[in-house]
Design a protein around this ligand. Structure first.
Ligand SMILES: [Zn+2]
Length: 127
């Protein structure tokens, strides 16, 4: 378990991954969003990046820092604002589980991945 993005960067590098390497960050035009958490992880698990998504422009994506130092995308949803991404990240489960419908890994508390939940997810009272 990590508390800060700095710890995650170090752990990711230690296992030989290059998620945070300058070349990778440049290629995807990725920025780490400090937001209200200013460099700390949300629920000791998540952080938000701002990425230049091809064809969409800049979007905000929730990433999960795994205990082994790897980083994965926690939600396929690309958010319009970091504030919304942060609010959602606060409500995710800290461990992923298979989607009830398609078995793809998800952190959503209702066990349905974003692709299967669609836009209804954001309007749902579960959130
Ligand atoms: Zn699914």
């Amino acid at each position: 378990m990590y508390h800060t993005i700095a710890e995650v960067k170090k752990a990711n590098k230690a296992i030989g991954h290059k998620w945070f390497s300058p070349a990778n960050m440049r290629f995807f035009k990725t920025h780490i969003v400090k937001g209200h958490y200013s460099g700390r992880l949300i629920q000791s698990r998540f952080f938000i990046t701002s990425d230049d998504v091809w064809g969409l422009g800049r979007r905000y994506i929730i990433r999960a820092a795994l205990d082994n130092g790897a980083v994965e995308t926690a939600s396929e949803t690309k958010f319009m604002s970091w504030q919304v991404a942060e609010e959602i990240a606060k409500k995710l489960k800290t461990e992923s589980s298979p989607c009830a419908n398609c078995r793809k890994s998800t952190y959503n508390p209702n066990f349905t991945c974003d692709d299967c939940a669609g836009d209804a997810r954001l309007a749902s009272s579960d959130w």
